[in-house]
Design a protein around this ligand. Structure first.
Ligand code: T6T
Length: 348
């Protein structure tokens, strides 16, 4: 199997993503249609049409993820769906085709028209989503942030997320351990400025790596959360930085693209690569030596706890403003005991 076929770029899987989104969109095609279908469902079941203050449907929740067909968000959806079912809510999921505000904002606007009781959302930008999310809040919808968050903390009631700055620190420690006594430069491949999680990972990394005097941090390059950009940026970086000894890729797509970059440059295993997340492909990469360490999260718990917070907000229970979830640094040595963190590709 070629490197490319093992680690397809975001663009190569776009067709599949679109199909996934279109399938879901077929059910929730456009605000008006979705609003109508909600009403119909409510009438048919007699269970989900409970109207709260402001006319919201208090038995209805919507999860808006960051991007479609991506194992981190699939796992989050699995956790959210199971918990919503257990608690008697109807939860639907809507997914942007791209990890970008322009793809996500129209979804938020459509959901606003439906007036669900609660929206769990992973905002793809810490500022651009503020207005659309405030409109949800102003309409009486309970807003819960899952994974990413806004810079303005007054809109969501709760944020359920890894401590991403801590995750960046863990990545720095893992990379420094791999570099050992060597002297040289390290770099970060990051997604896009304004993504709260990956911004925090870079911040934590930059701070922690200062503790290793043999390592010189030369800064970050953005990939727009596209694997093919991570590949090309890394190959260019390798040729312009002869003393490059390590790279931290701040998320799944960037990491998968970096693997291809290392292979293209013939540097796999020579320049240490630490990734974030544990998609099945990244875990295969850890097993076969493409990655030397991965920092994993617990997206299933993020989805589950997000629903619990929404439920508390809807029923007058205790809502917690910030809830941290697990983060673990994984190498080949401790992979087996941490296998529960490997992300899902369906909810099976
Ligand atoms: O790393 C996760 C998520 O935490 C981040 O906010 C965006 O990227 C991922 O979804 C992985 O691709």
């Amino acid at each position: 199997m070629t490197p490319e076929s093992t680690f397809p770029s975001r663009r190569q899987v776009k067709g599949l993503e679109k199909m996934a989104v279109n399938t879901r969109s077929a059910v929730l095609a456009g605000a008006a249609l979705a609003a109508a279908s909600l009403l119909v469902t409510a009438c048919n079941t007699g269970q989900i049409g409970q109207t709260g203050g402001g006319g919201v449907n208090t038995k209805q929740m919507v999860l808006i993820t960051g991007v479609a067909a991506e194992p981190f968000y699939i796992s989050m959806r699995c956790g959210a769906e199971a918990e919503a079912k257990a608690k008697g809510y109807q939860l639907t999921t809507q997914e942007p085709t791209q990890f970008s505000p322009s793809s996500q904002i129209p979804i938020v606007t459509g959901v606003l028209a439906n007036k669900p009781g609660a929206v769990l959302i992973a905002p793809t930008d810490d500022k651009a989503l503020a207005d659309p999310m405030k409109q949800l809040k102003d309409a009486g919808i309970k807003v819960i942030e899952v994974d990413t968050k806004l810079a303005d903390s007054s809109i969501a009631l709760s944020t359920v997320s890894s401590d991403n700055e801590q995750g960046g620190k863990k990545a720095a420690d893992a990379l420094a351990k791999l570099v050992g006594g060597k002297t040289g430069s390290v770099a970060v491949l990051n997604t896009r400025a304004g993504t709260s999680t990956t911004d925090a990972r870079e911040k934590g990394f930059a701070e922690q790596i200062k503790n290793y005097p043999n390592i010189h941090y030369i800064g970050q390059q953005y990939t727009d959360d596209q694997a093919d950009q991570a590949t090309s940026k890394l190959t260019a970086l390798i040729s312009s930085t002869p003393d490059l000894v390590g790279v931290f890729a701040t998320n799944l797509d960037t990491g998968e693209g970096a693997v291809t970059g290392m292979r293209t440059a013939g540097k796999t295993g020579q320049i240490a690569l630490v990734g974030f997340d544990t998609s099945p492909k990244e875990v295969d990469g850890l097993k076969n030596g493409d990655f030397q360490a991965l920092i994993t999260q617990d997206p299933v718990a993020i989805g589950r706890i997000g629903v619990d917070q929404a439920d508390a907000a809807l029923t007058g229970g205790k809502v917690t403003r910030q809830i941290p979830t697990d983060l673990v640094a994984i190498t080949r040595d401790n992979l087996e005991q941490n296998s529960k963190y490997i992300y899902q590709t369906n909810c099976g």
